[in-house]
Design a protein around this ligand. Structure first.
Ligand SMILES: [Fe+2]
Ligand SMILES: [Fe+2]
Length: 243
């Protein structure tokens, strides 16, 4: 299968949760993806406890990947406070870590990304009112959206792809208990995305969510959690989208 000229086949998967003691290997998966896509997007929770040793294990598996790899971290990658070391290890395998100052371009497609944060969706979104801890929580969500805005502003490509860990819309977390929606993403991310012409958004984090949805503007959003993909498409446990 070959992509149309000027289009790009993006394979996206999130929540690999690589664990030091897990016998699981992703080499076969990365080999398969290399045969059907032009670029691999990793949507956070790459490690289970955010340990550099777990990132090392992933890097060994990524040797089987023959296409460029772009990534954002997830909340699990922050668990041990070694997120900078985790990023450093991944960069040794030429993984492009998407941050406000670091974007990626392949053909005429630009990639921007950030981890994102919680806060809830639409009219139920948390606002910075009341106690200081609530204001800090909302500030973190706002800052993540601003980081994405800076990255998107820096792109000068015809097409744009966004990578997140947290969801920008409620539709792709549907399936999770409604009580935890505020911890699965934030509409602030979608508001930023809809200020630009974005072709596709990929995220993870909601292991029991839904595969596809759209922002208010109509931008397609794909939840590419491995756990969700394995249930819905066991023969292809990743999203594959042509942009
Ligand atoms: Fe996860
Ligand atoms: Fe997560």
């Amino acid at each position: 299968m070959s992509a149309k000229q000027d289009s790009l086949r993006v394979a996206a998967i999130g929540d690999l949760h690589v664990h030091q003691n897990s016998p699981e290997t992703f080499q076969g998966l990365f080999e398969k993806i290399s045969q059907s896509a032009d670029v691999l997007a990793l949507c956070g929770d790459l490690t289970h406890l955010g340990l550099p040793q777990e990132a090392d294990k992933l890097v060994k598996d990524l040797r089987a990947c023959r296409i460029p790899v772009v990534a954002v971290l997830g909340n699990h990658d922050y668990q041990s406070g070694h997120q900078e070391q985790v990023k450093k290890v991944l960069r040794t395998a030429k993984v492009v870590m998407l941050e406000e100052t670091e974007t990626f371009r392949l053909k005429d497609v630009g990639f921007a990304g950030t981890k994102g944060f919680g806060g809830g969706f639409d009219k139920h979104m948390l606002t910075p009112f009341g106690e200081e801890p609530i204001k800090h929580f909302v500030t973190e969500a706002v800052n993540e959206s601003l980081r994405l805005e800076v990255a998107l502003n820096s792109l000068r490509t015809e097409k744009t792809v966004v990578l997140l860990h947290y969801s920008p819309i409620a539709a792709t977390v549907t399936g999770e208990p409604p009580e935890i929606f505020p911890f699965l993403g934030s509409s602030r991310l979608a508001e930023t995305i809809d200020h630009f012409d974005v072709n596709a958004v990929f995220h993870g984090h909601a292991h029991n969510g839904s595969c596809e949805g759209k922002t208010v503007k109509g931008t397609p959003v794909y939840n590419c959690c491995m756990q969700l993909m394995e249930r819905v498409h066991p023969e292809q446990p990743y999203a594959l989208v042509e942009v």
